[in-house]
Design a binder for this molecule. Sequence first.
Ligand code: MN
Length: 377
Amino acid sequence: MQAAGAPNWSYGLLTDVGRQRRGGVNQDAALALGLTRGGLFAVADGMGGHAAGELAATLALEALSAHYLARRTAPPVRLAEAVQAANVSVLRHAVGEYMGMGTTLIAALIDRGALIIAHVGDSRAYLLRGGELHRLTDDHSWVSEQVRLGHLTEEEARDHQWRSVVSNALGGEERVRLELFGLRLRAGDRLLLCSDGLSSVVADADLLELLTRPLAPDSAVRCLIDAANDAGGPDNITALVIDVRLDLHLPSYDLPAPQHSGPDYVDALLGAQRGNSLNTYLLLMLAYFTLLGVILLPIQRVLIAVIGTALLAGILLVQRLALIHRVSGRLGRPSAVLGSAMIVPPRTVPTVPTASTVPTAPASKAPPQHSTPDNGR
Ligand code: MN
């Protein structure tokens, strides 16, 4: 599919109810929205009994796109605010028969040469670049935490009875916890956003093989869905593949740096982004006083102009280098590279797991009427 007015990418999107849910509902939802300088893409995997999961996923994506389109703040801030708006929308509707509903959300914003990912839950983003598959997100799930702590292997996690228990979701609490980070895109990059109906059924090595095939995005998503169904299709399956065509410049704002300590509260993230605006303010002040010095002190104006300009140029250069360093940081982690050898990134988790770290109903994708958190997805 080719979006009008946004020639830098093409995408394919498919969602499927799965094999074991024939006749049942599809609680996954997806979004592909063309923007002037790029696009907003997202996958949501709803949870809750009956129609609740379906509603949660749909509400989240509607609120995400509506809020993103309505605001004019810097894209990283706007994306984080849109995720919070989606959270509030799910929370507000979680009454009566919809009590306890929630949804995961993986959102990818393409803005010229930049990719900004917002992530809540266990839907995933992958990047295929140079024949290697990079998993961009760590699941916010109980088993994923156990793998990071070294208590479970990746294989054990895949078959664990609690593999479907997420530790973070939209609709869980008033302020959303999310991961937000930016990357520089390159021509030839292929992005995959998917629900766990794909990633927990088809191994990363097989995803790599399927994504590397020379297929257009809409054929690629068909292959991915078929692979998950061939492996039993125990859950709803959603795949969104985006191909990046050209190298474009990075936008002028700072891209959010990856948080290696997991999801953070939206307020903390927005605070960090506003810190970047303070930098801009300080630079403007420096430029202003340099100009003022040049005008008011004509004898030393050459000296003032040289010092002022050198300071400005120096600060801008340092900021640029820091940005490039941070943006390449996420992919720079060797352990994040998936290919023939798949290693889960080692990451310290500050809390020792106890029974209480197993999330309670709102964060569990199992319908509330089940006592074990595993089935029903
Ligand atoms: Mn699912």
